[in-house]
Design a binder for this molecule. Structure first.
Ligand code: HEM
Length: 209
């Protein structure tokens, strides 16, 4: 049942925040500063969906549920969808496409520089997410798509940098990201390699020198 209707269901679930945003906009419930409210809302959902995308592989490994991978691309593309809304809100509603102010922001405000870098990195990943590109790029596809880790780090940095007082939320995102990235490190192999490198070190085996 879930396997059959899973994809349309996840698709609709990913559209729920967009629906909420439209409903709030239509009913005037975006508060005194609608542009700020939209920027915050879409920024949050970009990061949430990015973390959901990054959670698929560790979850699959932990549970052995291979089917989870079927949802990874969709979640990643929805993260990009909310990023496009987020960036468009900034470019259009906040900066009215004034290229001078935008360039100044990107160059002089570190949190914008970092967010901009994250968004630029997202573009090639979204473009090459199709089966055709996976086939065409072969092994290079995997290497390219490792950029998603950098996007996660830049996204959290962007948030940490822009927050003035309450760091709790970006710190929570940061901890979740650290756990998700940490679960990808082959700790046991690393420990074995470090131990053998340490044993081979001249300090540990002076008799062989
Ligand atoms: C060109 C790229 C980007 C620009 C110009 C940009 C700009 C902004 C701005 C102006 C804010 C509001 C700052 C404030 O009110 O003080 C914001 C908030 C935020 N952005 Fe971005 N952003 C970009 C890309 C991204 C990306 C790629 C992500 C996620 C991976 C992201 C996640 C967030 C988050 C989580 C927030 C805070 C939301 C909240 O306060 O609840 N942004 N961004």
């Amino acid at each position: 049942m879930f396997v059959r209707y899973g994809k349309p269901l996840v698709f609709l679930l990913c559209l729920v925040p967009f629906g909420v945003l439209i409903a709030r906009g239509a009913s005037g419930a975006l508060g005194p500063n609608p542009v700020e409210a939209i920027t915050h809302f879409t920024g949050d959902w970009t990061l949430r969906l990015l973390l959901a995308t990054l959670a698929i592989t560790p979850l699959r490994r932990l549970t052995g549920q291979v089917w989870l991978v079927r949802y990874r691309r969709m979640l990643g593309l929805f993260a990009f969808f909310y990023a496009v809304l987020h960036v468009t809100t900034y470019l259009w509603l906040d900066r009215f496409f004034d290229l001078g102010t935008i360039a100044e922001d990107v160059l002089k405000r570190p949190y914008i520089t970092v967010g901009f870098a994250a968004f630029v990195l997202m573009v090639p990943l979204a473009i090459t997410s199709t089966q055709g590109w996976i086939r065409r790029l072969g092994r290079r596809w995997k290497t390219l798509h490792r950029a998603v880790y950098a996007i996660g780090v830049l996204g959290v940095l962007h948030y940490l940098w822009l927050v003035k007082a309450d760091l709790l939320q970006p710190v929570i995102y940061g901890v979740i990201l650290a756990v998700l990235l940490g679960m990808r490190v082959p700790w046991r192999d690393l420990a074995v390699r470090l131990r053998s490198a340490w044993r081979r070190h001249p300090w540990m085996a002076p008799e062989r020198r």
